[in-house]
Design a protein around this ligand. Structure first.
Ligand code: MTE
Ligand code: MO
Length: 167
């Protein structure tokens, strides 16, 4: 369960930080203002049960200008202290940032206001880009040279525990 049940202004802002020439702080209006070719509408096309519209991770990173030695992306969810760190090269073409649904910012029960989504994830705990990397309540994408913090569950028991807590 999320630690807070209410949302504060900073929950609506995604920061892009670390090994980038141009750090960013993106709010709802900034996502909306991205060009159409940077957008993916209706992510239920990729993932049954998910809803909302997204922007391409790659389009956001292009604005942030990753440093040549940025090898890893760490996806931070401050809200519940959940973190995932994956190789940037693998992630670039797969990553979507879901930020809205039909009525406005993505709802909390969908993992909003901002949620990471991998187009074709591996099953939980079977690879770097697995379902567990679909980080909810995304607050920051941090680029680094080496692998960063990763709190994904690694055992079946931890998984069962985390999933029980989610539902
Ligand atoms: N912030 C946050 N994101 C998270 C998690 C979490 O505990 N906290 N669990 C992950 C795991 S282990 C999985 S399998 C998926 C589950 O997504 P779903 O509940 O939408 O099916 O969310 C991932 N994203
Ligand atoms: Mo998971």
């Amino acid at each position: 369960m999320p630690t807070r049940t209410t949302l504060v202004d900073s929950d609506y802002v995604l920061t892009i930080a670390g090994a980038v020439a141009n750090p960013l702080a993106l709010d709802f209006a900034a996502f909306e203002a991205m060009p159409n070719e940077a957008k993916v509408t209706d992510v239920s096309r990729f993932r049954a049960g998910r809803s909302g519209d997204a922007v391409l991770l790659d389009a956001v990173l292009a604005r942030a200008e990753p440093a040549p030695d940025a090898n890893y992306a760490t996806l931070h969810a401050d809200r519940d202290d959940f973190h995932v760190s994956v190789p940037l090269a693998d992630l670039r073409s797969e990553g979507l940032i879901v930020y809205r649904d039909a009525s406005g910012p993505l709802s909390l029960d969908q993992g909003g206001p901002i949620r990471f989504l991998i187009r074709n994830p591996a099953a939980c705990n079977t690879g770097e880009l697995d379902e567990c990397a679909n980080v909810k309540y995304l607050s920051c994408i941090e680029l680094t040279t080496r692998k960063g913090r990763d709190t994904r569950p690694t055992t079946e028991a931890d998984h069962a525990g985390l999933h029980a807590k989610e539902s």
